[in-house]
Design a protein around this ligand. Structure first.
Ligand SMILES: Nc1ncnc2c1ncn2[C@@H]1O[C@H](COP(=O)(O)OP(=O)(O)O)[C@@H](O)[C@H]1O
Ligand SMILES: CC(=O)N[C@@H](CCC(=O)OP(=O)(O)O)C(=O)O
Length: 299
């Protein structure tokens, strides 16, 4: 027989309060799709990864449709290091030659994807891992970055921009109660692989699935100002100014542009939250305590 520890009346009241608080959110989000981007920087601690998997399973069991898109930037860097290659980023995008592409595909489609799938399944969910090559559901073409001079283009190799996402495969998995776990790899017209920033995949997927929420989990409390203070609400106009003056830089650039695009294109709620906080996902979805930065449309 398990030993049941007695809890104090105060702890019991707090616990019961939290559970009761979740009820309206469970009702509001029942059968709604929530796209969760799990960033590579938020998946470093084993305990946090376990917690994330449990939270996703809980959301599914109470009737929501979580769809996970994962990153894995630091995990790709670690394997590049082991083979003696230095990772390089321009405007938040990895310069991807064909050898790097192989490593990206191995790490994202193999190691990271299967680890998340396995953790969710161990906690009682039914996760299925996909890359955009499965059913050719994420079609991509080569991306060029804009240079400083007019019309200057920077070639960063096999980095893709999304041409289209076919929602059918993911929707099909949802209807049979599977939890899709998606690695951000796209397929080109000749069947070649493209490395796509995971924030961009998550944003577009939220749009095409008509998701209720897009949650981007990363390793900062949200978007910060120059003084390091959390900005709790952002609109496109404010974001433009923050990018122009350099407050938003690096990996936050694709994240915020994907968040804005999703908000403008109909995703009701878009949040950038701190994946290092235990159960940040549950706090965001099922309680009154919004965490992180919420991105809204301009009035
Ligand atoms: N204004 C900002 N607020 C918060 N983080 C920022 C900001 N500008 C740049 N960053 C950087 O963006 C990083 C998050 O992007 P990234 O490293 O790509 O994370 P992820 O792996 O979760 O996608 C932060 O760790 C931080 O270094
Ligand atoms: C083009 C590009 O930069 N692709 C990313 C894909 C992984 C990713 O987005 O991972 P995070 O979410 O952990 O940053 C990369 O190669 O790192």
């Amino acid at each position: 027989m398990p030993v049941i520890e007695p809890i104090s009346p105060q702890t019991a009241a707090i616990t019961a309060g939290v559970l009761a608080e979740a009820l309206p959110y469970i009702r509001r989000f029942k059968d709604k799709t929530i796209v969760i981007k799990y960033g590579g920087n938020a998946m470093t601690e084993p305990e946090l990864k376990e917690g994330f998997a449990r939270d996703v399973v809980l959301l599914k069991l109470v009737g929501l449709n979580p769809v996970v898109v994962h990153g894995g930037g630091p995990q790709i860097n670690a394997l590049l290091d082991r083979v003696g290659k230095q990772g390089q980023f321009i405007q938040g995008m990895r310069v991807t030659d064909s050898e790097t592409m192989d490593i990206v595909e191995m790490v994202l489609g193999g190691l990271v994807n299967k680890e998340i799938v396995s953790l969710i399944n161990q906690h009682g969910g039914r996760a299925v891992g996909l890359t955009g090559k499965d059913g050719h559901f994420i079609r991509a073409q080569k991306m060029f970055l804009k240079g400083e001079k007019d019309e200057e283009q920077i070639d960063i190799g096999q980095v893709g921009e999304i041409e289209s996402i076919d929602p059918e495969l993911v929707a099909l998995l949802d209807t049979r109660d599977f939890i899709p776990v998606i690695a951000p790899i796209g397929v080109g017209s000749a069947g070649e692989a493209f490395n796509i920033n995971a924030d961009l995949v998550a944003g577009k997927l939220a749009e095409v699935l008509g998701a209720e929420k897009l949650i981007l989990m990363t390793n900062t409390p949200g978007v910060l100002d120059q003084q390091g203070q959390l900005l709790t609400r952002l609109t496109p106009k404010i974001v433009d100014a923050l990018v122009a003056d350099g407050t938003i830089s690096g990996g936050m650039i694709p994240k915020i542009s994907s968040a804005l695009e999703a908000a403008v294109n109909g995703v009701n709620a878009v949040h950038i939250i701190d994946g290092r906080v235990k159960h940040a996902l549950l706090l965001e979805v099922l309680t009154d305590h919004g965490v992180g930065t919420m991105i809204e449309r301009d009035e």
